[in-house]
Structures are given as structure tokens and as C-alpha cells.
Design a protein around this ligand. Structure first.
Ligand code: SF4
Length: 258
């Protein structure tokens, strides 16, 4: 994709919030640091349905985790504030992130994700078990489009809308990001929607999700689509380990070139 350099620079400026955005729908919420944003996210109760659900799950628990004190709150992003790679998922799992308090932690999807991040040098260890397990991400940040565990893993449109300012703030604060890995079509579309809300000019025809598809966007970021490492995909062979590794191999090369 050929782009006018001045246009691209202006788009990135708009995207990072250093010039006035044409769309300021979420300008009421501005965090100064990622840490501050993580605290704000953890305290959010904006969506009644999701707040009720995640708290109920945290009280009821499941038998295998009955000794755990569940997090039961929105799950903030996690990783390196200087990241060039940003991985975006859908939402925390009821007994994964909602239990441990760290995104993609304590479930099979997380096992796949952090193993792949470790193989390609973005994580210091291949597992993510709980918040004090010593995991450190290097040059990588991980978050979900919706921060509360939803019933049946299906947030509503209104819940996506309500949670979008958090992703927007992360994108503004993570100023070095050049590569996005979107886990699943919903995360892919949500990234584009969020970028558009920040003033990014999404190309026409609109980038379409497929596994392995990469699009260089006018604001200097490449978005890379991957099937979500959900059990539904990994158990059925829709997503295999080599397919998933290839995504992060590509992400590593793109990050190194940036
Ligand atoms: S989904 Fe997002 S906006 Fe809704 S309560 Fe959770 S953190 Fe708040």
C-alpha cells in the first residue's frame, strides 16, 4: 500500500492524540500513565450485566478452583509500557482472567499465547499462571477489547461501546506500538473501530480479517489477524501450533523492521 508520507505522519499524530482529533467521542477519559489506566479499568462498573456476572462467578467459583480467591473485577492490560507489539483479544474467561486478574492467564488460550510469545522473545517464560508468577513481557503488551468476563463469551454491542475508551487510551499511551496482533475477527474489527474513533482513516475497501492477513495502516501500524487460540479453534485443528507460531514469527519480523 503506497501512502503519502505527510498524510501518514498526520494520521499518526491524530492517532496518538497530539493534534486535535476529528472525533472526540471519548475525550472525557484521559489517563496519564498505563498504571493509572490499569487502576481505572480495575474499578470500572459501567456495564451492569457484566459487573453482576463477573462478581457472581467470583462467588460461585468452580470446583477445581474453589481454593482461589477470584479477582472478580475488570481485567486490565498487561505488559511492557515501551511495547512495539500489542496483542488484542476478545474478553477475559470466567475462570481464567476473571479468576487470576491477569489477561489470558489461567486458561488454555493463555497457555498458547504466552508460549508463542516466549518462543519469539516477547516473554521471559512460556506460562502465565497467576499475577505473582514472575512473568515479564518484553516489547509486548496484551489486552482484551472488553475487560469483564461476559456470559457465553459474548459481549453485547453496547458493552463493546462502553469499554472502547480503555483500548483507545492504551493505544494513545503505548506510543511505540507498530504491530497489532488481533486474536480473532471480533478483536480485529474492534481495533479498526477504535482507531477510527481516534481519527484514523481506515482504508477503503476496509481491511478484512483472515488468519495471517496483514495490513499496513495509514497511521504507521500494521495489523495482523490470527485465529483466536480458543479451545474451539485449537481442539478442532482450525488453529494449530505451527499456524499460531507463524503469526508471532511474522510479528517479530515486523517489529524488528520497525
Ligand atoms: S466491560 Fe469495560 S466498560 Fe463494561 S464494566 Fe467492564 S471494564 Fe467497565
Amino acid at each position: 500500500m503506497r501512502m503519502d508520507k505527510a498524510f501518514m505522519e498526520r494520521d499518526r499524530e491524530i492517532f496518538l492524540g497530539s493534534v486535535e482529533e476529528p472525533m472526540v467521542a471519548f475525550s472525557h477519559m484521559r489517563a496519564l500513565t498505563l498504571l493509572q489506566l490499569q487502576h481505572t479499568i480495575s474499578d470500572c462498573t459501567r456495564c451492569l450485566r457484566l459487573t453482576t456476572y463477573r462478581q457472581a462467578i467470583a462467588c460461585e467459583k468452580v470446583k477445581r478452583f474453589r481454593d482461589w480467591e477470584y479477582w472478580g473485577r475488570p481485567v486490565p492490560g498487561f505488559g511492557d509500557a515501551q511495547a512495539r507489539l500489542f496483542v488484542i483479544g476478545l474478553a477475559p474467561a470466567a475462570h481464567g482472567g476473571n479468576r487470576t486478574g491477569r489477561v489470558f492467564t489461567g486458561d488454555r488460550s493463555g497457555d498458547w499465547l504466552y508460549e508463542a510469545l516466549h518462543v519469539f522473545g516477547f516473554a521471559n517464560q512460556p506460562t502465565s499462571i497467576h499475577r505473582e508468577d514472575g512473568l515479564r513481557l518484553n516489547d509486548c503488551y496484551v489486552a482484551a477489547a472488553v475487560r469483564c468476563a461476559p456470559p457465553a463469551n459474548k459481549p453485547t454491542k453496547e458493552e463493546f461501546n462502553a469499554c472502547r475508551p480503555f483500548l483507545q487510551e492504551e493505544l494513545r499511551l503505548l506510543r511505540r506500538v507498530t504491530v497489532i496482533v488481533a486474536l480473532g475477527r471480533i478483536a480485529f474489527d474492534e481495533y479498526l473501530r477504535t482507531s477510527q474513533a481516534m481519527g484514523g482513516h481506515v482504508p477503503s475497501p476496509r481491511p478484512k480479517f483472515s488468519h495471517g492477513a496483514a495490513y499496513a495502516l495509514p497511521w504507521g501500524i500494521t495489523v495482523l489477524g490470527s485465529y483466536h487460540p480458543s479451545q474451539q479453534n485449537t481442539f478442532t485443528g482450525t488453529l494449530t501450533r505451527p499456524m499460531f507460531h507463524e503469526i508471532f514469527n511474522k510479528a517479530r519480523k515486523l517489529v524488528d523492521q520497525s
